[in-house]
Design a protein around this ligand. Sequence first.
Ligand code: HAM
Length: 424
Amino acid sequence: MGFNIPRGTQDILPGESERWQYVEKIARETCHAYQYKEIRTPIFEHTELFSRGVGESTDIVQKEMYTFADKKGRSLTLRPEGTASAVRSFVENKLFANPVQPTKLYYIGPMFRYERPQTGRYRQFYQFGIEAIGSNDPAIDAEVIALAMSVYRKAGLSNLKLVINSLGDKESRTAHREALIRHFEPRIDEFCSDCQTRLRQNPLRILDCKKDRDHELLKTAPSILDYLNEESKAYFAKVQQYLTDIGIAFEVDSNLVRGLDYYNHTAFEIMSNAEGFGAITTLAGGGRYDGLTEEFGGPKAPGIGFAMSIERLLAALDAENVNVGTDDGIDCYIVTLGDKAKDYSVSLLYKLREAGISAEIDYEQKKMKGQFKSADRLHAKYIAVLGEDELNQNQINVKDAKTGDQQAVGLDEFIRFLKTNTES
Ligand code: HAM
């Protein structure tokens, strides 16, 4: 009986995994420069963490969670995102007690959402995300956005669009919410049943509805920017000023609402502008969540972060024809002739590898010609030939694959020879 991979999931095979490692390395190095430290949280959490954290009215909680009961009947959920877990861990482990604040965290790992799979949308996908918890300095908002842009640029992308918005503080959001209810209520029966529930639960969600996105009332809906109080306006202006100072171009879009409930003040998304990138252009999304630590029983500690899909980053690199993480070949392939040489090569190979030289031999009892072919396939920089004659003379014949030059190297010198000639 054969098995197929579950719908919406992927195998990342050798050849492709190198590209993942390449972008993950850039993400980690950038986090180091910006002083974000890695956090690893469980793949599953108590369901309530997400229903409370992400929000009851969101599509994620209502339709997309992989929720199951464990053997004791507890309701657990595969994490659909990383922010709720990071904030839970911040509160539970009292990271707020650390004298250095804000607490700056990053994570890379799989997330799970029961969505309709299509190009760029999966049921298991990988997010690289960061969270800065414990500061409401607008400079940290600019830093978080700058870090995301930096990762994309270092990875090799150039066709990027940054869109920002402010959802304001509680007072601004309440005023906007009331205006939205007044706007939609008289004609709410023209909307889908989800939106009818959303009207009272969270009317902002109507602006994000996939079914009703062409309804004329959406175009004339009151803009949050008209309802920001002075404090929220000043905060948003400062974030924009810092972005401008840093030299990061952006557009303000008052329709950007984001799909999770915990946001206030700054919200942003980064899209790919690359031609032929496909229907889903959002590469990353994030924003500020100032009440979440208190919601989880912790002290006041305003936070901001973002998450990006690694799959979409790699797809954007493809769309821009940027080749990354390609296999640049091994340092040395040892071709052996006869049993004695083969036996000797096993421990020689071990020594090379321990010295940090990437090396390979044949395990299929191939003839010499076949071994040379393997060396070629592995893009070996040096091909070393070892036969009984060479062994007797304590030598190995080394060929430079690029130039074709050949020379006999003493077996005692072999490791040093490879080290000096392959070090980049
Ligand atoms: P989100 O907008 O739900 O935000 O997801 C962030 C990013 O994850 C998206 O922009 C996209 O790149 C990727 N993503 C989401 N769903 C899928 C999917 N089904 N397939 C592939 N990629 C996907 C959050 O998750 C927030 N936790 C971000 C955040 C962190 N806000 C503050 N801190």
